[in-house]
Design a protein around this ligand. Structure first.
Ligand SMILES: Cc1ncc(COP(=O)(O)O)c(C=O)c1O
Length: 469
């Protein structure tokens, strides 16, 4: 990141946290240059960038001021409605039609599931890949397939240990991304027709997996800040023969909610009481903005009841397709299912990631990635406050790269999706996150790309379309 971009981020944070208030003058170029020990031209560049982001504006002969709307905040959404006991899932066509439209590189990618690839150390990973493949003993190409690369397994186990989760190494199954892990977990504990508790709204691939395996969804509402509603869950576990729960206990997709520590304990207690396994989808845990990561429910697992699924797709190596599951008592079944289907993720990709984790400065990269995502979140929130109607509600996750918007009731987000696409902007409409096509006036927007004038203009255009309903 260039120095002027860093400076712009520092000032943006001061605006976001209220140190600099709406209408207040930002430091003059000369003062800022002295205070931040940078040249006046760096300050000018930073101020131009903040102007582009809509956070400050120049007043003739008076200097730069924080814009009135830069600190206005939209309200947060409330918890969604209770759902029917169970639902057959049929969303794939809708999801595919939405995902298909995201492929055009000229589209503003607010609907995308991925952050910008520019935020990842792909060159450095490529060097790790070249070195490890060159030096790989020929036997390892085959031997590492079934159990996974031993260095990678050690590095993953080490990260668990540092975060306070103690794992037996043979619990760990390396997979083709978290999605394979999640699929295998579900297959290992269910039969067609079984009931599975999922979140509402849920990550759309969850719904597609249930549909493919002919499982029925028991949708549990998610509070936008505090995660899945445990009262509803307790009621459903009591009344229905639920075979598994598939939840994201931290930085849930799409809401960004995280269960507080006490709620994680209560959730584990419920699962234990009913002996229902938890498939814990935790692919965003490394993207926390606060100083410490959220602890997974897996940390409390004394009975091997939790299958904790992780991935490098969001934190380090998109496209390498390396994920894993710490599968507790289900590890052997899952290993065998994997051998019967894909055998193994690519051995060179595993080796490259293992080498990077050992030598590449993963934690430094993560700090930078989190900082960028947090800054981009501020920019999108400020932009939404400027361009979206005041009745719009939006989440404020403490990590990740998604915001969930609840527009006024009359907004049909599938129609909004079509109208926005015609203007070169993608969004992820609410109904793709629901087994019952709910959340018709909601949408998930991705802020994982560097914020620029194009993003700002796209938000303004979305605001105009929303207003037209
Ligand atoms: C909540 C959630 N789980 C799992 C996945 C899949 O992860 P991977 O790319 O490692 O398969 C994603 C990716 O979008 C996701 O958002």
């Amino acid at each position: 990141m260039k120095r002027y971009e860093q400076l712009a981020d520092e000032i943006a944070l001061m605006i976001r946290t209220g140190v600099l208030k709406a209408g207040e003058k930002v430091p003059s170029v000369r003062t800022a240059s002295r205070t931040f020990v940078v040249s006046p031209s760096t300050v000018f560049q930073a101020y131009y960038l903040l102007e582009d982001r809509g956070l400050i504006q120049a007043r003739p002969r008076s200097g730069y001021f924080v814009r009135e709307l830069a600190t206005r905040a939209l309200s947060e959404p409330a918890i969604g409605p209770r759902q029917a006991d169970s639902t057959e899932v049929d969303v794939s066509e809708l999801v595919f039609s939405v995902l298909g439209s995201l492929k055009d590189p000229n589209t503003v990618p607010f609907g995308s599931a991925f952050p910008s690839p520019d935020l990842y150390p792909l060159q450095r990973l490529a060097r790790s890949m070249a070195r490890t493949v060159r030096d790989m003993p020929p036997q390892a190409v085959i031997a590492d397939m079934t159990a996974g690369n031993p260095d990678l397994r050690r590095q993953i186990a080490l990260r668990y240990m540092i975060s306070g989760v103690h794992l037996a190494m043979d619990e760990l199954v390396i997979t083709n991304g978290a999605l394979e892990a999640l699929n295998l977990c579900l297959q290992s504990v269910t039969q067609p027709g079984d009931l599975v508790a999922i979140e509402s709204p849920a990550f759309y691939a969850t719904l597609q997996v249930l549909e493919r395996l002919k499982l029925k969804a028991v949708e549990i509402p998610v509070h936008p800040r505090e995660g899945v509603d445990l009262n509803t869950l307790a009621d459903r576990l009591q009344r229905l023969p639920i075979k598994a729960c598939w939840f994201m206990s931290s930085l849930q997709n799409p809401l960004g909610a995280s269960l507080p520590a006490a709620a994680k304990e209560a959730l584990y207690g419920l699962l234990r009481q009913h002996q229902v396994p938890l498939i814990e989808d935790d692919v965003y845990s490394e993207l926390h903005y606060g100083p410490q990561p959220q602890q997974p429910v897996k940390r409390l697992d004394r009975d091997g009841l939790v299958m904790h699924c992780g991935s490098f797709s969001k934190s380090l190596a998109p496209g390498y397709r390396v994920g894993w599951v710490a599968a507790g008592q289900f590890a052997q079944t899952i290993s065998r299912l994997k051998l019967m289907t894909t055998i193994s993720p690519s051995v060179p990709a595993q080796a490259a990631i293992a080498d990077y984790l050992q030598h590449g400065g993963y934690d430094r990269h993560l700090r930078k990635l989190r900082h960028n995502l947090e800054m981009q979140q501020s920019a999108m929130l400020a932009s939404a406050a400027r361009h979206f109607p005041e009745a719009t509600r939006v989440t404020r996750p403490d990590g990740g790269y998604f915001l969930w918007f609840e527009f006024p009731r009359q907004v049909d987000s599938l129609q909004l999706f079509q109208l926005a696409l015609a203007q070169g902007i993608s969004i992820a409409p609410g109904p793709i996150f629901s087994a019952t096509r709910g959340f018709a006036h909601c949408a998930r927007l991705n802020h994982g790309h560097p914020w620029d004038k194009r993003s700002e203009d796209a938000m303004a255009m979305l605001g105009r379309i929303v207003d037209s309903f």
